[in-house]
Structures are given as structure tokens and as C-alpha cells.
Design a protein around this ligand. Structure first.
Ligand code: GLP
Length: 232
């Protein structure tokens, strides 16, 4: 793992932007994208630049089940707002949270099989999750329906009017799906991610800490702020 420790999320955004730029220059065309607050500074740096994704495909990691794409907290809505409305791709795929789970899972894996991901950006859950793959998810999992843990629901409640409004289920690329990406960038900021970062980098590779599998991927870069790196 390459580890790049930066001062703050703004510096991280610039560092993330540089990696996207390098990928484009090297001919990458399929970008795996993530939501959450962490990648926003990178997306802001990209959308303010002259990078051109109009011949590229984006495939998002995950989506809440049961939220329509018009819901402000749906990941499709968030991606439209922070990225696609400013910097369009040829095609942008996000799981459809309103589709029946079995059909959606098959549809999404087919999209990924037809468009293997060149470069995947990830955030990190406080419990070490990637995408919505909670602790205990099999390392060889593919796109699946996820039951969110209490801690993830609590962590995401800040975006909803109250905790009861947070969806209980989501659709997510599996850990096996994520590991198929040719290269991966994981970003994590803040003290509340420091323990997960430490375990991801230095701990045993275990399904109890999903991101620890990244130790076995040949091409991973971490961009961390000083607080998230404070336990390394
Ligand atoms: C959510 C998302 C993840 C994201 C994580 C961290 O649960 N499913 O993809 O990485 O939260 O979010 P944040 O970046 O807001 O801390």
C-alpha cells in the first residue's frame, strides 16, 4: 500500500485529483466511484478542472434500498449533485434502489463484467466497511443486498431528519467485486477513522475489518489526513 498523508481534506482533494488525472492519461476509461462525505473534496477538484470524462464510464459502489433517485439522500442524487451535473460521463451507473434486489444484483454484476473497473475510489466506514460491506461480509462476495448495522445507521443518521428515516438495507458491490478493480484509492479523514485505518493497514487480514483485504491488492493508494493517520 502506498500511503500519502496530507494536511487536510482540501490537500487530499488535490492529491485525489492528481491520481484521477494520471489514470486518464494512462488510458483508464472505467471509474468506480463512491459517495459519503470523504470523496467530495476530490470530486470538487475534478469538477473545477478541465479533465474530460465524456468518453468514460462510471460505476458507483452502492445505493440505499428503497430510496428513489429524486430523494436528496439517495446516492444517485448525491452523485448527480457533486459530480455528474458538472462533469458528465458517457454512462454513469448507480445501483437502482427501487428495483427488486435479485434483478438489480444480476443487472449490476453484468454491467461490471462488461466494464471492468480500472480505478476505484473508496471511503472507509468507522467500522472498517468499504462500500456497504459490513464486518463479517465474505471476502469473495459479489454485488448483494446488505442489512445495515446499527453503527452504520447511526453514523449516517446525520444526513436524515431522524434515525428512523435511514434505510435499513442497501445494494452494494461485494468485496470480491471491489478487489477486481485494477487499482484502488482509499481516502479517510478525521480522528473517528483512525482506529479503522490502523487496523486496515497494520492489523490481520480479517472479514471482521473488511478494508483489511486491501493489504492483498497489488495496487492501492491511501490518502489520509493527519488525524486519520494518527494511530499508524
Ligand atoms: C457510507 C458509504 C461508504 C462510505 C462511508 C463513509 O456508509 N456506504 O461508501 O465510505 O459511509 O462515509 P463518509 O465518507 O461520509 O465518512
Amino acid at each position: 500500500m502506498k500511503i500519502n498523508i496530507v494536511k487536510d481534506s482540501k490537500a487530499a482533494g488535490q492529491a485525489g485529483y492528481e491520481l484521477f488525472k494520471e489514470q486518464l492519461e494512462n488510458g483508464s476509461t472505467v471509474f468506480g466511484l463512491a459517495t459519503g462525505s470523504t470523496p467530495i473534496s476530490t470530486y470538487d477538484a475534478i469538477t473545477a478542472s478541465d479533465l474530460d470524462f465524456s468518453n468514460c464510464i462510471s460505476i458507483n459502489l452502492d445505493e440505499y434500498a428503497g430510496l428513489p433517485d429524486t430523494h436528496e439522500q439517495s446516492y444517485r442524487y448525491s452523485m448527480n449533485q457533486h459530480f455528474f451535473s458538472k462533469k458528465p460521463f458517457k454512462e454513469s451507473y448507480v445501483p437502482n434502489g427501487m428495483n427488486d434486489a435479485d434483478a438489480e444484483i444480476v443487472r449490476y454484476e453484468k454491467i461490471i463484467a462488461e466494464n471492468p473497473v480500472d480505478f476505484q475510489i473508496l471511503g472507509l466506514g468507522q467500522n472498517g466497511h468499504i462500500g456497504f460491506n459490513e464486518p463479517g461480509t465474505a471476502f469473495d462476495s459479489r454485488t448483494h443486498k446488505v442489512t445495515l448495522t446499527e453503527s452504520t445507521i447511526a453514523a449516517n443518521a446525520r444526513f436524515f431528519d431522524n434515525e428512523n428515516d435511514v434505510p435499513k438495507f442497501a445494494y452494494s458491490m461485494g468485496i470480491g467485486t471491489i478487489m477486481d478493480a485494477k487499482s484502488i484509492l482509499l481516502e479517510a479523514f478525521g480522528e473517528n477513522k483512525a482506529e479503522a485505518v490502523q487496523k486496515m493497514v497494520e492489523g490481520p487480514v480479517t472479514e471482521d475489518l473488511p478494508a483489511s483485504i486491501l493489504q492483498r491488492h497489488p495496487n492501492v493508494t491511501l490518502i489520509l489526513d493527519e488525524a486519520a493517520a494518527s494511530k499508524l
